[in-house]
Ligand binder design. Structure first.
Ligand code: SAH
Length: 354
C-alpha cells in the first residue's frame, strides 16, 4: 500500500467507505489467520519503573503512586485459573526496574511452564541481551515491546533526559528477533504532535519490520504526567479516538496479514460497552483481558479508567465472540507469521482454515 493511499484512508470519514475498509480487513484476517480468537491473560505484576516516559502514569516521576511487586506465588496462583477461561497464554507485564532480577524472572517462567503449561509472553521493557537469552531458554516464547512511534524525534520528545532512546528500543527489538522470540511491537494513536503523515510512516515502518504481533492503541492522557491531550484545533493532528484507532488497526491487518493483532485494552477503554466486538471485526484476532488481582490493578495506573476484566466481563466477551461466528482458540495461538518464517515448524497451525 502506498503512503498516499494510507493517508487518505486515515483521513476517510465516509461511513460506507469505512464499512468497506472494515470488510477488507476482516476478509484478510479470516483468510490469513482464521476465525479463532486467541485469549491472553495479562498480569501486571509490578509498577516500579526507572523510565520517565511522559505518556505513562507509572513513570518514575510519579512520586505519589504506591508501588508494588507481586510475589512469584501470587503470580503463579493467578495463572492457575487461566485455562478454565480459555486463556492459553500468560502475559507478564511490568514497569522497567532492576529489582526484577534475571534469576527471579527465570524461576517464574519455569514455574508457570511446569505448573500450568501456559505459553509465556514477557513485556518488561528494555532488558539486557544476557537476560533475554536466559528467559527464552527458560521457556518464554514471546516478547512485547512497542516502539510507540516510528518517528524518532516524536518518540524522544517523550523520553526526557535520555539520548538515543529510540535506537536503544530498536536494538532490543533486533535482539529479540535474533533470540528467536515471537516479537511484538506497536504504536499509540493520537500522541500530541503525531500527524497523519507520521502515522502513515508508522504503518510502513511496521510493514518493513515484519513483527509477529502488533498492538495498536489510542494514547489516553494521564493527569499525573506531563504529556497533555492532543490539540484538537490542528487539522494535521491525529485524534486519539475510536474510529482512528480502528482505521489504523484495519490498515495494519492489510499490511501485515499474518500477524497476531489484539483489540487492545486501550481501544476497549475508549469504546462503548456494546462495541466490544468492533476491534475483532476490523482485523484483530487476539484479546488480552487484564487478570491482575483487584488490589494491584488500580495501581498499574498507566492511563485512567482501564477496564477491569471481571469474570462477568470474560463471560460476556466469550458470548460476543460466539455471536460473531468466531471461535475461542484452544491452542497457544502462536503467530502464523512466526511459524512461517521458522522453517522447522509447520507453516500452518492446526485450526487455521485455508
Ligand atoms: N514497561 C513496558 C510495559 C509498559 S505498559 C514497556 O515500556 O514496554 C505497555 C504499553 O502501555 C506501552 O507500550 C504503551 O503503549 C501503553 N501505554 C502507556 N501509557 C499509555 C497511555 N497514557 N495511553 C495509552 N497507552 C499507554
Amino acid at each position: 500500500m502506498h503512503r498516499s493511499e494510507i493517508i487518505s484512508w486515515l483521513r476517510e470519514t465516509d461511513p460506507s467507505r469505512l464499512e468497506s475498509l472494515w470488510l477488507s480487513a476482516d476478509q484478510v484476517r479470516r483468510a490469513q489467520v482464521g476465525d479463532s480468537v486467541h485469549l491472553r491473560g495479562i498480569i501486571n505484576f509490578s509498577n516500579w519503573c526507572i523510565r520517565r516516559c511522559t505518556y505513562c502514569g507509572i513513570n518514575a516521576d510519579n512520586r505519589v503512586l504506591r508501588r508494588y511487586l507481586m510475589t512469584s506465588n501470587e503470580i503463579v496462583e493467578c495463572t492457575r485459573t487461566f485455562r478454565q477461561w480459555g486463556l492459553m497464554t500468560a502475559v507478564l507485564q511490568s514497569g522497567e526496574d532492576q529489582r526484577i532480577t534475571t534469576g527471579w524472572v527465570t524461576g517464574l517462567i519455569a514455574r508457570i511452564r511446569q505448573e500450568t503449561d501456559l505459553a509465556v509472553t514477557l513485556s518488561l521493557g528494555e532488558r539486557q541481551e544476557e537476560e533475554l537469552t536466559k528467559w527464552r531458554a527458560a521457556g518464554a516464547e514471546r516478547y512485547l515491546l512497542k516502539i510507540e512511534s516510528s518517528n524518532r524525534e516524536l518518540y524522544e520528545s517523550m523520553q526526557p533526559g535520555r539520548r538515543n532512546a529510540w535506537l536503544s528500543r530498536m536494538e532490543v527489538l533486533k535482539t529479540l528477533r535474533a533470540l528467536d522470540y515471537e516479537v511484538g511491537t506497536g504504536i499509540m494513536i493520537g500522541i500530541p504532535g503525531q500527524t497523519y503523515e507520521m502515522l502513515a510512516d508508522d504503518l510502513l515502518f511496521i510493514g518493513d519490520l515484519e513483527p509477529d504481533m502488533i498492538g495498536i492503541g489510542p494514547y489516553i492522557p494521564h493527569p499525573a504526567t506531563s504529556l497533555p491531550a492532543a490539540p484538537r484545533a490542528r487539522t494535521d493532528q491525529v485524534p486519539n479516538d475510536q474510529v482512528t484507532t480502528l482505521k489504523t488497526l484495519a490498515l495494519t491487518r492489510m499490511i501485515c496479514p499474518e500477524a497476531n493483532i489484539p483489540a487492545t485494552t486501550a481501544l476497549l477503554t475508549i469504546s462503548q460497552h456494546e462495541e466490544l466486538e468492533m476491534g475483532l471485526a476490523c482485523g484483530a484476532n487476539v484479546i488480552m483481558p487484564d487478570r491482575t488481582p483487584a488490589e494491584y490493578r488500580r495501581l498499574y495506573d498507566i492511563y485512567p479508567s482501564r477496564i477491569p476484566f471481571t469474570t462477568e466481563r470474560l463471560t460476556e466477551l466469550q458470548n460476543a465472540i460466539h455471536r460473531m461466528g468466531r471461535t475461542i482458540s484452544t491452542d497457544s495461538g502462536r503467530s502464523v507469521h512466526y511459524l512461517k518464517r521458522n522453517r522447522n515448524t509447520p507453516a500452518v497451525p492446526a485450526g487455521v482454515d485455508r
